[in-house]
Design a protein around this ligand. Sequence first.
Ligand SMILES: CC(C)(COP(=O)(O)OP(=O)(O)OC[C@H]1O[C@@H](n2cnc3c(N)ncnc32)[C@H](O)[C@@H]1OP(=O)(O)O)[C@@H](O)C(=O)NCCC(=O)NCCS
Length: 189
Amino acid sequence: MSPNIREARPNDAAAISQLVQSSFGAYVAPDWEPTAQEMLLADTSAEKLAARMAESVVVLVYEEGTIMLGVILLPRPTLLQLCFVAPGHVGKGIGRSLWEAARARVEDRFPEARTIELNASPFAVAAYKAWGFYPISEPFVRGGAVATRMACWLPGRALAKAQAAMRTPDGLSLVGWSDSRHLGDETST
Ligand SMILES: CC(C)(COP(=O)(O)OP(=O)(O)OC[C@H]1O[C@@H](n2cnc3c(N)ncnc32)[C@H](O)[C@@H]1OP(=O)(O)O)[C@@H](O)C(=O)NCCC(=O)NCCS
């Protein structure tokens, strides 16, 4: 795991709140109705976040020195609810490193979790695609908030690697998909 990433502590709630709200204001709020913006801000106050953090299965922060630049929160193993990088620091790999660290924790601690879903802001869809999430809905508006439902099927990475390893240098697969039963029952769940 990146040395810049650590588990969030209860007293990080105020810094996380500030980070989420500034990133939301810069990149997400312009697509949302004012009432939806107000609800998000109320839901991400330091007090509300502290309560949510206490009940979540994964909450990680990314820091450079003492400056918090990113956060990721999964309230349960199958839902990524918050992922925000500070304005001016997006597109530098911070979000991806947080996602990979969170994913590793879920795979380690909750092996029964197969698929992680999220609601992506229009700004975030391309980044989530780059990390292995796929849209499972059209963009929708709910309560004035715009999102696309996306999902990452966790076994897909290992299966793709195994398939790639079985290919010959000229790109031909040595075995067919149906011959990959030794990979487990992942193709059927
Ligand atoms: C969405 C967010 C969390 C992503 O984190 P990030 O640190 O900016 O993203 P990263 O740099 O780790 O990864 C971005 C990836 O998406 C790709 N990407 C980003 N924008 C892209 C675009 N418009 N087209 C294609 N690829 C794009 C990048 O190439 C990169 O892929 P790579 O690692 O293979 O090069 C961050 O941008 C953010 O906080 N945005 C504002 C708030 C937000 O929308 N949060 C999500 C709420 S649902």
